[in-house]
Design a binder for this molecule. Structure first.
Ligand code: NAD
Ligand code: DAU
Length: 352
């Protein structure tokens, strides 16, 4: 029987590691190749439980390196690509936009070209799945939702680079007939998220009695989705989504940042046996993010109607699980905050 070879890019990152784990466990008949550059955000310690699985391989490489990507697709005839590799943090895109254009735009084009070239004998049974964000749609006022038909209006270098890559993926569908599918998801939270993003950063700071920075007045609204629910949606769309289509993914779970931080503070007080209100004393209002999008909210009705997906967890439950995970995985958090995890690849893959 033909083993389906699936390339996941960015599989050592937060969402990518959940996708890799899910696919490796659910599809023993596939071989999952995880291609990752291991930037500061890529961490092989996210995948310790499956790193020796016989249907899994890790490849260290840069999607911006055109020659490397072309060679890889020639060597391994992939049947499918799930593309998550990206620079993903909005604040970093404000201080260094160029890195985002290189990875998110050029990197995506390199993968599209390589897939197109290696699938020149036909597109049957093949698929290029591009993982994108709701931020491409811009910023909402107090009401309304992002639909798949909402006009693109990205406002940060990060979201502009993701919007650009979405357009290119669609262009390869219309121009060359490449079998592509795209999904745009809202804010994810859960285990293995790098503590530069709001929820893990706040958990880590509260734990260490450090100030919890809230941008502006904390009135910006985000729609939060448990990362394993996102991975489940990705699995479903990869297998059953329609070529050329876009699917929005969201949690139907809008929170003002300040309310979310207060909810987190009460959970942390309880878990750490602190007097109620102690952790909230760490909240510190800081200068707002430049061009800070006010609100994101997603209509995921299409994905629900066509493929039957919906979020599985209530937010209170997901948040509690997430706090428990970070408190139980102190070593992971320590190695990530100290930078120690960056030696793991060398120790595991080079020195031995
Ligand atoms: P992340 O920053 O945690 O992980 C990104 C991964 O990509 C890392 O492992 C990194 O090493 C790798 N990478 C970066 N540049 C690379 C390059 N040039 N070549 C190869 N690998 C490279 O990101 P995440 O939060 O897991 O997001 C994954 C994807 O999902 C991104 O495309 C992001 O835009 C999208 N997304 C994220 C969210 C969210 O809430 N985090 C929501 C919607 C969509
Ligand atoms: O909507 C999907 C997007 O969600 C993804 O595409 C991005 O990759 C992901 O990083 C995330 O972007 P956000 O900018 O919404 O996430 P972040 O965790 O950086 O911030 C969430 C909100 O909290 C946002 O309104 C900014 C605010 N914030 C963030 C940090 C890091 C703070 O108030 N304080 C902070 O220290």
């Amino acid at each position: 029987m033909h083993t389906r070879k699936i390339l996941v890019t960015g599989g050592a990152g937060f969402i990518g590691s959940h996708v890799v784990r899910r696919l490796v466990k659910a599809y023993p008949q596939y071989h999952i190749y995880n291609l990752d550059k291991l930037t500061y955000a890529g961490n092989l310690m996210n995948l310790l439980d499956i790193e020796h699985a016989t249907n899994y391989s890790f490849i260290k490489g840069d999607i911006v390196d055109d020659a490397f990507v072309t060679r890889l697709f020639e060597e391994v005839q992939f049947d499918g690509v799930i593309h998550l590799a990206a620079e993903s943090h909005v604040d970093r895109s404000i201080s260094n936009p160029t890195e985002f254009i290189k990875t998110n735009v050029l990197g995506t084009v390199n993968l599209l070209n390589a897939a197109k070239a290696s699938w020149k004998d036909g597109f049957d049974g093949r698929r290029f799945y591009h993982i994108s964000t709701d931020e491409v749609y811009g910023s909402l006022g107090e009401t309304g939702l992002f639909h798949e038909t909402t006009a693109y209006d990205p406002r940060s270098p990060y979201s502009s680079s993701k919007a650009s890559s979405d357009h290119l993926v669609r262009a390869y569908f219309h121009t060359y007939g490449l079998p592509v599918v795209i999904s745009n998801c809202s804010n994810n939270y859960g285990s293995f998220q790098f503590p530069e993003k709001l929820i893990p950063l706040a958990i880590n700071n509260i734990k260490n009695n450090k100030p919890v920075p809230v941008y502006g007045k904390g009135e910006n609204v985000r729609d939060w989705l448990f990362v394993e629910d996102h991975a489940a949606a990705i699995d479903l769309i990869f297998h059953q989504g329609r070529n050329g289509e876009t699917y929005n993914i969201g949690g139907a779970n809008e929170w003002k940042n300040i309310d979310l931080i207060h909810a987190l503070c009460s959970i942390m007080d309880r878990k750490l046996n602190r007097q109620p209100g102690t952790s909230a004393g760490l909240i510190t209002f800081v200068k707002d993010r430049a061009g800070h999008d006010h609100r994101y909210a997603i209509d995921f009705g299409k994905l629900n109607r066509e493929l039957g997906w919906k979020p599985s967890l209530r937010f209170e439950e997901g948040l509690e699980k997430t706090v428990d995970w970070y408190l139980a995985n102190e070593e992971w958090l320590k190695s990530v905050t100290s930078g120690e995890y960056q030696h793991y690849y060398e120790d595991q893959y080079i020195k031995r």
